[in-house]
Design a protein around this ligand. Structure first.
Ligand code: F0G
Length: 363
Protein backbone atom coordinates (compact mmCIF):
# COMPACT_ATOMS: atom_id res chain seq x y z
CA UNK A 1 0.00 0.00 0.00
CA UNK A 2 1.35 3.43 -0.83
CA UNK A 3 0.96 6.00 1.84
CA UNK A 4 -0.56 9.12 0.35
CA UNK A 5 -0.03 12.28 2.31
CA UNK A 6 -1.60 15.63 1.56
CA UNK A 7 0.74 18.56 1.08
CA UNK A 8 -0.20 19.92 4.49
CA UNK A 9 0.51 16.59 6.20
CA UNK A 10 3.84 15.94 4.58
CA UNK A 11 5.00 19.46 5.39
CA UNK A 12 3.61 19.74 8.91
CA UNK A 13 7.12 20.10 10.38
CA UNK A 14 8.03 22.70 9.25
CA UNK A 15 5.59 24.25 6.76
CA UNK A 16 7.72 25.72 3.94
CA UNK A 17 5.14 28.14 2.50
CA UNK A 18 2.60 27.40 -0.18
CA UNK A 19 4.88 27.55 -3.22
CA UNK A 20 6.98 24.64 -1.95
CA UNK A 21 3.96 22.77 -0.61
CA UNK A 22 1.99 23.00 -3.87
CA UNK A 23 4.85 23.45 -6.34
CA UNK A 24 3.48 20.85 -8.78
CA UNK A 25 0.28 22.88 -9.20
CA UNK A 26 1.95 26.27 -9.61
CA UNK A 27 3.69 28.00 -12.55
CA UNK A 28 7.14 28.09 -10.94
CA UNK A 29 10.42 26.51 -11.98
CA UNK A 30 13.82 25.86 -10.39
CA UNK A 31 14.78 29.32 -11.56
CA UNK A 32 12.00 31.12 -9.69
CA UNK A 33 13.41 32.89 -6.62
CA UNK A 34 10.80 32.03 -4.02
CA UNK A 35 9.87 35.02 -1.86
CA UNK A 36 7.96 33.57 1.05
CA UNK A 37 6.86 34.36 4.59
CA UNK A 38 5.71 30.75 4.98
CA UNK A 39 2.12 31.74 4.21
CA UNK A 40 -0.76 29.27 3.88
CA UNK A 41 -1.56 26.20 5.96
CA UNK A 42 -4.22 28.19 7.82
CA UNK A 43 -6.68 26.32 10.04
CA UNK A 44 -10.12 25.10 9.04
CA UNK A 45 -12.02 25.66 12.28
CA UNK A 46 -15.40 24.14 13.16
CA UNK A 47 -17.93 26.75 14.29
CA UNK A 48 -20.58 24.87 16.26
CA UNK A 49 -22.57 27.90 17.42
CA UNK A 50 -23.13 28.85 13.79
CA UNK A 51 -23.97 25.27 12.83
CA UNK A 52 -26.55 25.23 15.62
CA UNK A 53 -28.21 28.34 14.18
CA UNK A 54 -28.68 26.44 10.93
CA UNK A 55 -29.58 23.05 12.42
CA UNK A 56 -30.41 20.01 10.27
CA UNK A 57 -27.00 18.37 10.92
CA UNK A 58 -25.23 20.97 8.80
CA UNK A 59 -21.48 21.10 9.46
CA UNK A 60 -19.92 24.56 9.29
CA UNK A 61 -16.23 25.46 9.20
CA UNK A 62 -14.34 28.70 8.72
CA UNK A 63 -11.14 28.88 6.72
CA UNK A 64 -9.31 31.39 8.89
CA UNK A 65 -7.03 33.08 6.38
CA UNK A 66 -6.57 36.01 8.75
CA UNK A 67 -3.77 33.90 10.25
CA UNK A 68 -1.50 34.46 7.27
CA UNK A 69 1.75 36.42 7.87
CA UNK A 70 0.30 39.84 7.03
CA UNK A 71 -3.13 38.92 8.34
CA UNK A 72 -5.06 38.21 5.14
CA UNK A 73 -5.48 35.79 2.23
CA UNK A 74 -3.59 38.23 0.00
CA UNK A 75 -0.33 36.61 1.11
CA UNK A 76 -1.25 33.52 -0.91
CA UNK A 77 -1.34 35.53 -4.11
CA UNK A 78 1.50 37.83 -3.20
CA UNK A 79 4.13 35.13 -2.63
CA UNK A 80 3.49 34.06 -6.24
CA UNK A 81 3.20 37.55 -7.77
CA UNK A 82 6.36 38.83 -6.07
CA UNK A 83 8.40 35.69 -6.75
CA UNK A 84 7.49 35.90 -10.45
CA UNK A 85 8.16 39.66 -10.55
CA UNK A 86 11.59 39.00 -9.07
CA UNK A 87 12.22 36.24 -11.58
CA UNK A 88 11.44 38.75 -14.34
CA UNK A 89 13.91 41.24 -12.84
CA UNK A 90 11.36 43.77 -11.57
CA UNK A 91 12.68 46.51 -9.29
CA UNK A 92 9.32 47.91 -8.23
CA UNK A 93 5.70 46.80 -7.92
CA UNK A 94 2.47 48.73 -7.76
CA UNK A 95 -1.09 48.02 -6.64
CA UNK A 96 -4.37 49.71 -5.85
CA UNK A 97 -5.82 48.58 -2.57
CA UNK A 98 -8.54 48.85 0.01
CA UNK A 99 -5.76 47.92 2.46
CA UNK A 100 -4.92 44.24 2.60
CA UNK A 101 -3.31 44.00 -0.82
CA UNK A 102 -1.15 46.99 0.06
CA UNK A 103 0.05 45.34 3.28
CA UNK A 104 0.85 42.07 1.52
CA UNK A 105 2.47 43.75 -1.49
CA UNK A 106 4.61 45.86 0.81
CA UNK A 107 5.77 42.94 2.96
CA UNK A 108 6.65 40.60 0.09
CA UNK A 109 8.14 43.31 -2.12
CA UNK A 110 10.45 44.52 0.65
CA UNK A 111 11.45 40.95 1.46
CA UNK A 112 12.24 40.53 -2.25
CA UNK A 113 14.26 43.79 -2.20
CA UNK A 114 11.83 45.74 -4.37
CA UNK A 115 10.06 49.06 -4.02
CA UNK A 116 6.31 48.88 -3.37
CA UNK A 117 3.99 51.65 -4.51
CA UNK A 118 0.45 51.46 -3.24
CA UNK A 119 -2.55 53.62 -4.18
CA UNK A 120 -5.31 53.73 -1.60
CA UNK A 121 -8.67 55.52 -1.40
CA UNK A 122 -7.99 58.40 0.97
CA UNK A 123 -9.82 57.93 4.28
CA UNK A 124 -11.19 54.45 3.54
CA UNK A 125 -8.43 52.11 4.66
CA UNK A 126 -8.57 50.47 8.10
CA UNK A 127 -5.90 51.63 10.53
CA UNK A 128 -4.07 48.32 10.96
CA UNK A 129 -3.60 47.93 7.21
CA UNK A 130 -2.21 51.43 6.84
CA UNK A 131 0.14 50.85 9.77
CA UNK A 132 1.44 47.70 8.10
CA UNK A 133 2.03 49.26 4.68
CA UNK A 134 3.92 52.16 6.25
CA UNK A 135 6.10 50.08 8.54
CA UNK A 136 6.93 47.54 5.84
CA UNK A 137 8.23 50.48 3.86
CA UNK A 138 5.70 50.92 1.07
CA UNK A 139 5.36 54.24 -0.71
CA UNK A 140 1.74 55.00 0.07
CA UNK A 141 -0.22 57.35 -2.18
CA UNK A 142 -3.73 58.25 -1.00
CA UNK A 143 -5.92 59.36 -3.87
CA UNK A 144 -9.07 61.45 -3.72
CA UNK A 145 -11.06 58.69 -5.33
CA UNK A 146 -12.26 55.16 -4.65
CA UNK A 147 -10.63 51.76 -5.22
CA UNK A 148 -12.06 51.39 -8.73
CA UNK A 149 -10.40 54.63 -9.85
CA UNK A 150 -7.13 53.66 -8.13
CA UNK A 151 -7.13 50.37 -10.04
CA UNK A 152 -7.62 52.15 -13.37
CA UNK A 153 -4.65 54.37 -12.57
CA UNK A 154 -2.26 51.60 -11.50
CA UNK A 155 -3.12 49.54 -14.59
CA UNK A 156 -1.99 52.45 -16.74
CA UNK A 157 1.04 53.17 -14.59
CA UNK A 158 2.21 49.59 -15.05
CA UNK A 159 1.83 49.95 -18.82
CA UNK A 160 3.83 53.14 -19.01
CA UNK A 161 6.41 52.92 -16.22
CA UNK A 162 8.87 50.27 -14.98
CA UNK A 163 6.59 48.88 -12.28
CA UNK A 164 4.92 45.47 -12.14
CA UNK A 165 1.21 45.36 -11.35
CA UNK A 166 0.43 43.02 -8.44
CA UNK A 167 -3.34 43.41 -8.20
CA UNK A 168 -5.34 40.25 -8.85
CA UNK A 169 -5.45 41.06 -12.58
CA UNK A 170 -1.88 39.71 -12.40
CA UNK A 171 -2.57 36.00 -13.14
CA UNK A 172 0.04 34.79 -10.65
CA UNK A 173 -2.05 36.25 -7.83
CA UNK A 174 -4.95 33.91 -8.59
CA UNK A 175 -2.56 30.97 -8.99
CA UNK A 176 -1.34 31.51 -5.43
CA UNK A 177 -4.81 32.13 -4.02
CA UNK A 178 -6.24 28.91 -5.47
CA UNK A 179 -4.21 27.05 -2.82
CA UNK A 180 -6.87 28.09 -0.30
CA UNK A 181 -9.20 25.60 -2.03
CA UNK A 182 -6.48 22.94 -2.01
CA UNK A 183 -6.09 23.31 1.75
CA UNK A 184 -9.85 23.07 2.32
CA UNK A 185 -9.98 19.79 0.36
CA UNK A 186 -6.82 18.48 2.06
CA UNK A 187 -8.39 19.17 5.47
CA UNK A 188 -11.89 17.80 4.74
CA UNK A 189 -10.83 14.92 2.48
CA UNK A 190 -13.27 16.25 -0.11
CA UNK A 191 -14.75 19.51 -1.35
CA UNK A 192 -17.49 21.07 0.82
CA UNK A 193 -21.07 21.30 -0.48
CA UNK A 194 -21.03 25.08 -0.19
CA UNK A 195 -18.19 27.58 -0.21
CA UNK A 196 -19.25 30.97 1.17
CA UNK A 197 -16.92 33.82 0.34
CA UNK A 198 -16.92 37.62 0.45
CA UNK A 199 -16.62 39.26 -2.96
CA UNK A 200 -15.02 42.60 -3.73
CA UNK A 201 -12.80 42.73 -6.78
CA UNK A 202 -13.88 39.09 -7.39
CA UNK A 203 -10.38 37.61 -7.60
CA UNK A 204 -10.64 35.27 -4.63
CA UNK A 205 -13.90 33.58 -5.66
CA UNK A 206 -12.31 33.04 -9.08
CA UNK A 207 -9.15 31.62 -7.52
CA UNK A 208 -11.02 29.26 -5.18
CA UNK A 209 -13.05 27.92 -8.09
CA UNK A 210 -9.84 27.35 -10.09
CA UNK A 211 -8.38 25.46 -7.13
CA UNK A 212 -11.42 23.22 -6.64
CA UNK A 213 -11.61 22.43 -10.37
CA UNK A 214 -7.91 21.62 -10.56
CA UNK A 215 -8.04 19.33 -7.52
CA UNK A 216 -11.19 17.69 -8.89
CA UNK A 217 -9.48 16.96 -12.20
CA UNK A 218 -6.57 15.51 -10.29
CA UNK A 219 -8.89 13.18 -8.37
CA UNK A 220 -8.33 14.83 -4.99
CA UNK A 221 -12.07 15.40 -4.53
CA UNK A 222 -15.07 13.76 -6.14
CA UNK A 223 -17.37 16.76 -6.13
CA UNK A 224 -17.33 20.53 -6.54
CA UNK A 225 -18.88 23.07 -4.17
CA UNK A 226 -21.58 25.58 -4.94
CA UNK A 227 -19.80 28.93 -4.92
CA UNK A 228 -21.81 31.37 -2.79
CA UNK A 229 -20.47 34.91 -3.20
CA UNK A 230 -21.54 37.65 -0.79
CA UNK A 231 -21.22 41.38 -1.42
CA UNK A 232 -21.98 44.31 0.84
CA UNK A 233 -25.41 45.73 -0.05
CA UNK A 234 -23.97 49.19 -0.80
CA UNK A 235 -21.30 47.69 -3.06
CA UNK A 236 -23.01 44.78 -4.81
CA UNK A 237 -22.47 45.12 -8.57
CA UNK A 238 -22.55 41.36 -9.14
CA UNK A 239 -25.95 41.14 -7.46
CA UNK A 240 -27.38 44.14 -9.29
CA UNK A 241 -25.77 43.19 -12.60
CA UNK A 242 -24.20 46.59 -13.18
CA UNK A 243 -21.29 48.62 -11.81
CA UNK A 244 -21.91 50.75 -8.71
CA UNK A 245 -20.52 54.27 -9.15
CA UNK A 246 -20.36 55.21 -5.47
CA UNK A 247 -19.92 52.00 -3.46
CA UNK A 248 -20.41 52.36 0.31
CA UNK A 249 -20.11 49.89 3.17
CA UNK A 250 -18.63 49.61 6.63
CA UNK A 251 -16.64 46.68 5.24
CA UNK A 252 -14.11 48.95 3.52
CA UNK A 253 -12.10 45.98 2.19
CA UNK A 254 -14.94 45.19 -0.23
CA UNK A 255 -16.01 48.75 -0.99
CA UNK A 256 -15.70 48.10 -4.73
CA UNK A 257 -18.16 49.01 -7.49
CA UNK A 258 -16.63 47.52 -10.63
CA UNK A 259 -14.82 44.25 -9.95
CA UNK A 260 -11.90 43.42 -12.25
CA UNK A 261 -12.69 39.68 -12.30
CA UNK A 262 -16.41 40.20 -13.01
CA UNK A 263 -16.75 37.70 -15.88
CA UNK A 264 -14.63 35.03 -14.22
CA UNK A 265 -16.64 35.28 -11.02
CA UNK A 266 -19.92 34.97 -12.92
CA UNK A 267 -18.50 31.96 -14.77
CA UNK A 268 -17.62 30.32 -11.43
CA UNK A 269 -21.07 31.05 -10.05
CA UNK A 270 -22.80 29.66 -13.14
CA UNK A 271 -20.64 26.54 -13.48
CA UNK A 272 -21.00 25.71 -9.77
CA UNK A 273 -24.76 26.48 -9.63
CA UNK A 274 -23.89 29.02 -6.97
CA UNK A 275 -25.25 32.46 -6.32
CA UNK A 276 -24.45 36.06 -5.45
CA UNK A 277 -26.29 37.76 -2.62
CA UNK A 278 -26.07 41.13 -0.90
CA UNK A 279 -25.68 41.44 2.87
CA UNK A 280 -26.40 44.67 4.72
CA UNK A 281 -23.90 46.35 7.02
CA UNK A 282 -26.17 45.39 9.93
CA UNK A 283 -26.01 41.73 8.93
CA UNK A 284 -22.22 41.97 8.51
CA UNK A 285 -21.81 43.47 11.99
CA UNK A 286 -24.10 40.85 13.54
CA UNK A 287 -22.02 38.03 12.02
CA UNK A 288 -18.80 39.81 13.05
CA UNK A 289 -19.94 39.91 16.69
CA UNK A 290 -21.29 36.34 16.68
CA UNK A 291 -17.98 34.98 15.33
CA UNK A 292 -16.00 36.81 18.01
CA UNK A 293 -18.25 36.41 21.03
CA UNK A 294 -19.61 32.91 20.40
CA UNK A 295 -16.77 31.24 18.49
CA UNK A 296 -13.71 33.20 19.67
CA UNK A 297 -12.79 34.14 16.12
CA UNK A 298 -11.89 37.74 15.34
CA UNK A 299 -12.12 38.57 11.64
CA UNK A 300 -12.47 41.86 9.85
CA UNK A 301 -15.93 43.10 8.78
CA UNK A 302 -15.50 42.19 5.09
CA UNK A 303 -14.67 38.62 6.08
CA UNK A 304 -17.81 38.39 8.22
CA UNK A 305 -19.82 38.95 5.02
CA UNK A 306 -19.36 35.25 4.22
CA UNK A 307 -20.96 34.24 7.52
CA UNK A 308 -23.61 36.97 7.30
CA UNK A 309 -24.51 35.56 3.89
CA UNK A 310 -24.71 32.01 5.14
CA UNK A 311 -27.04 33.07 7.94
CA UNK A 312 -29.18 35.02 5.47
CA UNK A 313 -29.75 31.99 3.22
CA UNK A 314 -29.46 29.29 5.88
CA UNK A 315 -32.82 27.75 5.00
CA UNK A 316 -31.45 26.86 1.57
CA UNK A 317 -28.57 24.76 2.96
CA UNK A 318 -29.30 21.07 2.35
CA UNK A 319 -29.68 18.80 5.40
CA UNK A 320 -26.35 17.30 6.46
CA UNK A 321 -24.34 19.56 4.14
CA UNK A 322 -20.76 20.66 4.80
CA UNK A 323 -20.26 24.41 4.50
CA UNK A 324 -17.01 26.36 4.53
CA UNK A 325 -16.97 30.15 5.02
CA UNK A 326 -13.75 31.90 4.07
CA UNK A 327 -12.59 34.41 6.68
CA UNK A 328 -10.30 36.48 4.52
CA UNK A 329 -8.75 38.89 7.01
CA UNK A 330 -7.81 39.25 10.67
CA UNK A 331 -9.95 41.35 13.01
CA UNK A 332 -6.89 43.23 14.26
CA UNK A 333 -6.73 44.93 10.87
CA UNK A 334 -9.61 47.19 11.83
CA UNK A 335 -9.56 48.01 15.56
CA UNK A 336 -11.72 51.11 15.11
CA UNK A 337 -14.71 49.13 13.86
CA UNK A 338 -14.27 46.57 16.62
CA UNK A 339 -14.31 49.17 19.36
CA UNK A 340 -17.13 51.19 17.83
CA UNK A 341 -19.42 48.23 17.22
CA UNK A 342 -18.66 46.01 20.19
CA UNK A 343 -21.52 45.44 22.59
CA UNK A 344 -19.09 45.56 25.53
CA UNK A 345 -17.53 48.68 26.97
CA UNK A 346 -14.54 49.36 29.16
CA UNK A 347 -15.61 50.17 32.73
CA UNK A 348 -13.39 53.12 33.51
CA UNK A 349 -12.26 55.02 36.57
CA UNK A 350 -12.22 52.08 38.98
CA UNK A 351 -10.27 52.56 42.20
CA UNK A 352 -7.31 50.15 42.47
CA UNK A 353 -8.79 48.36 45.49
CA UNK A 354 -10.37 44.90 45.91
CA UNK A 355 -13.84 46.14 47.01
CA UNK A 356 -14.07 48.54 44.10
CA UNK A 357 -13.04 45.86 41.59
CA UNK A 358 -15.41 43.31 43.14
CA UNK A 359 -18.26 45.82 42.98
CA UNK A 360 -17.50 46.60 39.35
CA UNK A 361 -17.61 42.87 38.66
CA UNK A 362 -21.08 42.69 40.16
CA UNK A 363 -20.13 40.67 43.24
N1 F0G B 1 -11.98 40.16 2.23
C1 F0G B 1 -10.96 40.99 2.49
C2 F0G B 1 -10.50 41.09 3.91
C3 F0G B 1 -10.34 41.74 1.47
O1 F0G B 1 -9.33 42.55 1.76
C4 F0G B 1 -10.83 41.61 0.15
C5 F0G B 1 -10.24 42.38 -0.94
C6 F0G B 1 -11.89 40.72 -0.08
C7 F0G B 1 -12.43 40.02 0.98
C8 F0G B 1 -12.46 40.50 -1.43
O2 F0G B 1 -11.63 39.73 -2.23
O3 F0G B 1 -11.32 41.33 -4.05
O4 F0G B 1 -10.68 38.95 -4.31
O5 F0G B 1 -13.09 39.61 -4.20
N2 F0G B 1 -9.37 43.28 -0.76
C9 F0G B 1 -8.65 43.97 -1.84
C10 F0G B 1 -7.54 44.82 -1.26
C11 F0G B 1 -9.51 44.65 -2.79
O6 F0G B 1 -7.14 45.81 -1.90
O7 F0G B 1 -7.01 44.50 -0.20
P1 F0G B 1 -11.67 39.91 -3.80
Amino acid sequence: MTLSLTAAQSYRQPWPGLIEAYRQYLPVSDKTPVVTLHEGNTPLIPVPALAERIGRQVRVFVKYDGLNPTGSFKDRGMTMAISKAKEDGAKAVICASTGNTSAAAAAYARRGRMRAFVLIPDGYVALGKLAQALLYGAEVLAIKGNFDRALEIVRQMAENYPVTLVNSVNPYRLEGQKTGAFEVVDALGNAPDWLCIPVGNAGNITAYWMGFCQYHQDGKCDRLPRMMGFQAAGAAPLVGGQPVTHPETIATAIRIGNPASWEKAVAAQTASKGNFHAVTDTEILDAYRILASEEGIFCEPASAASVAGLLQVKDQVPTGATVVCVLTGNGLKDPDTAIKHSQSQVKQGIEPEIPAVAQAMGF
